[in-house]
Structures are given as C-alpha cells and as structure tokens.
Design a protein around this ligand. Structure first.
Ligand SMILES: NC(=O)c1ccc[n+]([C@@H]2O[C@H](COP(=O)([O-])OP(=O)(O)OC[C@H]3O[C@@H](n4cnc5c(N)ncnc54)[C@H](OP(=O)(O)O)[C@@H]3O)[C@@H](O)[C@H]2O)c1
Length: 296
C-alpha cells in the first residue's frame, strides 16, 4: 500500500562534507520535500558551530503519471505534452506502443494490457496521478462497458493504490433529448464522472470537451481533423453572442458547442497534474483557460 512517509534529507554541514541520504523508492510520492539544514560562518573567521542553523524546505514535485489509453488520439497528445514537461509517463492500452517513430514515443513506458484484466502492480505503483482517456463507441453494451465500467475499475484501482489524483476525459454536457442521453455512451460517461468525483472529491478532475480536433492517426494515416475543427471553433466563438439565444433549443449544442484542439485538452491535463488546487468539472471554456495557464 501507499506510504506518504518519504522525506529524503540533504544535510550540509559547515565542513566540506555533504551527506545525501535517499531512502529506497517509495510506493507513492505525493510531494518530495528536500530539507536542507546548514550553518554559515562569516568569511575570515573560524567555523562557528554555535551559530543558528537555517532550515530551508523546498517542494520539488516529481510526477509519475499513468495515462490509460496513451496510444489513442487524445492520450498520445497527453503523453507528448507530459514528456515535454519532464513528467514520467506510463501508458496502458491493449495495443501498447504505437508503431510510428517519434522522439516522445521513446520517452514513454508502454504497457500492453486491458483495463479489465491488467495487473495494476505493473502500472500504478509509485504513480502520482492517473489520466483516463478510456472511451469509445460501439453497441450500447460496449459503450457502457468502456466509457463507464472500464473507468470505474480504473478509479477504484487508483484509489486502492493510494494514487492522489485522477483525471478523466469525459464529454461535453450536450443539451440532448433524454432518449439520446440514455445511450450507453452518455450513461457510461456520467457513471465514470460520478465515480471520479465521489472517490476523489478534493482532487478529481473531469474534463468535458465537445468535438476534439487535431491530427488523428488511423491505420498509419493521419486524418487532419484540424482542417475542419479549427475554423469551426473560430467561427463559433466569433458568433457566440448571436447564437446564445439558440442554446435553449434541444440538441443545439451538437452544432453550437465549440470544438477544442487536442493540444488544449492535453495542456488542461498538464495543468490539472501540476495544480493541486484545481479539481472538479471543467467545461469547454475552462479547458481552454487551463490550457492557456500552462502556455503562459
Ligand atoms: N475525439 C473526440 O472528439 C472526443 C470528444 C469528446 C470526448 N472524447 C473522449 O475522449 C477520450 C479519448 O478519445 P479518443 O478520441 O482519443 O479515443 P481513442 O483514440 O479511441 O483512444 C482510446 C484509447 O483507449 C484505449 N482503450 C480502449 N479500450 C481499452 C481497454 N479495454 N483497455 C485498455 N485500453 C483501452 C485505446 O487503445 P487500445 O484500443 O489499443 O486498447 C486507446 O488508446 C474518450 O473517452 C472519448 O469519449 C473524445
């Protein structure tokens, strides 16, 4: 089980001798606190061992993030962004390591496995956050299973292993008629959301993007969804004030909810990983704001 009692101590005395003591890797590192204790003597005088010691405590957070579905469209953008921020990344998906070459791909630890059958010891030990991009379409049963139950399994495993943060990529709250909202996709998403928010009330993050654009790889080909998504986002944002009255029309969000770039989603995840004060549900606009904070 997780242990919070990790306190590597660097002790520096006024002599040239510095002792650095690092204990064995713990199963969980929430925050690494480096306690530096040192005494200073004025130049030209002999060492004054009676002078008051100065305690310097610095917070250095070493993140180790598990991305469920790191090989997918959104997951790979998250892995890439995390690696570029110096975060250690482990991805879990059935297909494992992507086949295309890329320098960030080499910096991720790829685990092949199914969320329903994986040995969590192989992925969760020592993690500081779990990001789930698990989801997809198919029959009603399949959608309930991967969007809902798969994420519920993952949230509970993360909780059991004492992982302090869980970030879920969910979906925009479309103003759809009830018969569409009762599909396995949306019921699965809401089930996953409530599991995250109940098990992680003070650190769980749920991102609710609408259509996500970027370059999606399918069978070795790149589909440039940004060619449609980017202009659509610009136009919808420019027309926001005019289209607002239409928001009350059922299902109008299918046309009016602005798309969001896969990079914005990835940076909003980075923001959630880094900022312990941010938790709860993030709407499309809040995803963009969070991404902007990381860019700034
Ligand atoms: N794309 C959008 O426009 C959009 C919009 C709103 C919300 N979302 C949500 O964002 C999330 C990511 O979407 P995406 O477009 O990136 O989907 P994606 O490309 O299909 O990625 C899904 C990832 O989950 C993995 N996965 C699926 N079943 C698994 C299982 N049983 N065990 C382990 N890994 C499994 C897949 O890898 P394997 O198949 O190799 O296992 C893949 O890496 C989804 O939850 C989706 O609902 C997407």
């Amino acid at each position: 089980m997780a242990s919070f009692s990790f306190l590597p101590a660097i002790s520096a005395s006024s002599t040239a001798l510095t002792r650095v003591v690092f204990p064995a890797r713990p199963t969980l590192q929430l925050k690494r606190r480096f306690a530096v204790r040192s005494s200073y003597a004025e130049a030209g005088t002999r060492d004054d061992y009676s002078s008051a010691p100065i305690d310097v405590v610095a917070d250095v957070k070493n993140e180790r993030v598990v991305v469920l579905g790191g090989s997918g469209f959104v997951g790979s953008a998250i892995c890439k962004a995390a690696v570029s921020k110096g975060i250690e990344v482990i991805s879990l998906s059935r297909s494992g390591r992507p086949t295309y070459p890329s320098s960030w791909v080499d910096q991720v630890t790829w685990v092949s496995g199914d969320v329903f059958y994986v040995n969590w010891d192989e992925v969760l030990v020592g993690a500081t956050a779990v990001v789930s991009t698990l989801g997809g379409f198919g029959s009603d049963e399949q959608m309930k299973r991967i969007n809902g139950e798969g994420n519920v399994v993952a949230v509970n495993a993360a909780k059991e292993y004492g992982i302090p943060k869980f970030i879920l990529i969910s979906v925009h709250d479309y103003n759809l008629p009830p018969f569409l909202l009762s599909s396995g996709y949306f019921t699965g998403k809401r089930k996953a959301e409530s599991e995250v928010l109940s098990k992680y009330p003070n650190s769980g993050v749920v991102l609710r993007p609408a259509f996500i654009y970027g370059k999606r790889r399918v069978d070795g080909f790149e589909i440039p969804l940004d060619l449609v998504g980017e202009p659509a986002e610009r136009i919808l944002r420019a027309l926001e004030n005019f289209t607002k009255p239409l928001n009350s029309l059922p299902a109008s969000d299918l046309l009016l909810a602005p798309p969001v770039s896969v990079d914005d989603v990835a940076l909003a995840v980075i923001n959630a990983i880094k900022d312990d004060d941010e938790f709860g549900i993030f709407t499309i606009d809040q995803i963009k704001e969070a991404a902007q904070k990381v860019r700034a």
